[in-house]
Ligand binder design. Sequence first.
Ligand code: TYM
Length: 346
Amino acid sequence: MQMTKPVILTGLRANNDLQIGNYFGALLPIILMAKQRAGEYQINLFMPDLHSFTTPVDHAQLQNNIMNNLRIFTAAGLPLDNPDVHMYRQSYVPAHSELTWILDCFAGFGELSRMTEFKDKSARLGVEHIGVGQFNYPVLMASDILLYQAAYVPVGDDQRQHIEFTRMLAERMNNRFGELFTLPASMQEQAEFFGSSEGRALRIMDLQDPTKKMSKSDESGKGCIFLGDEPAVAHKKVMSATTDSVAQVNHDTINQPGVSNLLRILALLRGVELEVVVHEFNGVTSYGDFKRTVADEVAAFLTDFQAKLAAVDDTAIKSKLAESEALMNQQANQTLLNVQKAVGLR
Ligand code: TYM
């Protein structure tokens, strides 16, 4: 049971509410592909539930969070009735864990130690407080991608290193054992494929500190717009976003990171090129109206999205999961079997 069409694949963790960085960085690109190009491509949007424990999680809430994320995938417009579109939970396809172990034995301790996320966390908390899962999860992520021979993996810019690592590991295995894996496209090729005007993956920044990325693990929540935020609350977050004293609405990520981030968010919400919104605010010298325009657009987006979310049908989700998980087990097991044979286990 091999994939007959090139695969576009991504996953979004279920640790907390998703935020607009996740939405625009990974979810929307794959949903647009599912709507526009399924037929030509196989689309895999999955829930990396085994990744949940790399950071602390409320285990009693995990099932709810998983279901909620699957509802979000659906509300965002994933066409569940399309036979080329698959939605599944990682832990329901045991080959992910099995391939991870095998790949672990070919991944370097040194290269995993150099992963930015691991380095940052271990510097902050000390290695004694870092789980082995946190250290090892790039290998699980590589397995998620390689099992389905994915060609394109829409992710935000923060996942760049993991995509590069996946390519390197796949190449290493192919060089040693023959053509086992498709190499996913480089981040540069992906940016072109997904039509990024700047030729790089997206990085939405924190509203309070626009020098760091917007993140769902943000503690105060003030710099982050969650998909579940009350529209009025999100409106306030935008109105109190950090800007600067330049008094010109320019896209200049070095000198005006806050304003640039708001321009970017506005362009994404409207589905237009960045230049279009930059042009709209040309010559504007006060930030009040500019921020209000962005805040109104954010609030309208959330109102609309939340209405769609409330209308999602859980039965449709459950039957899609059953169907996709059966098929994904067949596809993943085929790749796993090839690997098992190559390394001498079969
Ligand atoms: P996760 O769950 O942290 O984030 C999900 C996706 O959202 C993107 N993202 C952003 N994009 C732009 N701006 C931001 N501020 C922003 N914040 C988050 C992330 O880059 C990601 O694409 N390890 C992955 C999940 C995963 C995965 C995979 C992805 C597991 N296996 C296989 C692709 C393929 C993660 O933790 O993403």
